[in-house]
Design a protein around this ligand. Sequence first.
Ligand code: NAI
Length: 280
Amino acid sequence: MSVGLEGRGIVVTGGGSGIGAATCRLLALKGATVGVLDRNADAARAVAEEIGGLALACDVGASDQVDAAIARADAELGGLTGLVNNAGLGNLKPLEDYSDRDVELIWRVNFFGTYACLRAAAPFLRVAAGRRREPSAVVNVASVSGVRPTRGEAPYSAAKAATVALTSSAALEWAPTVRVNCVSPGFIHTPLNDMLVSDEAARSGVEDRTPMGRVGSASETAGLIAFLLSDESSYITGQNVVIDGGTMLTNAQMDPVLGPLLELFSGGDPDADGTDPGHN
Ligand code: NAI
């Protein structure tokens, strides 16, 4: 069993920027040969040149392009043992203001793109698993927005929730040959939200609601993705791992009720005098 990623061929979609680019860099550092897939050909080429990887100019929303790019990656990376479905985009506006075209685009990239890459990669991932005698691995990138939607992101949240469900289906159908997991980031500083993070009020609003007290980084997210691709996570499949600095905890339904009682009851023995306020 290998704990690094030596000898592994892995494709990262949306690898030209943000979380995808950080993932490509980390995978290469851990010994993998990386296919940097992005619809932005220049960005894919720049990251691929930096890490000695393979640039794949491809729109994940076009299945003919996906089929060709994945087959090429398998041939040129010496087999496909891993896939990261990270390409994504979203928007922020009221539900009723999204046009058909908006909704179709958001679903096409975030959900259908993931589906098309999974479908194209399946036979190659199976062959590589047989050759390596270890399961191949896929990581889909969804969002906390798919688990606990945010106002203004209706089609994006729904597409990410569907990605979580798709992860479960693929994990069930492909075990034990291919492991399939999902990563759901909270607020991670990338070009996608640079405008928000650069705004002092918006940034401190996020920090105040995040138990870890700060916005996350692309390289922290890449670390989780690399773990789920590696044989160190060999018994994990079908999971959705949230990486959000604890932000979702502050939205827990009982938090506003029990939170203020914390100071009142802290330090006491919960069983001594029946003052335990209970747990949820
Ligand atoms: P980013 O905008 O920095 O990078 C996205 C990359 O995907 C870009 O290089 C873009 O060219 C590529 N891409 C977009 N559409 C594509 C298509 N049709 N075909 C191929 N490539 C395409 O974004 P970021 O922040 O790195 O996001 C990566 C993933 O993480 C996305 O799926 C996003 O939804 C998800 N995410 C990000 C969060 C954040 O706070 N940054 C929070 C939750 C989820």
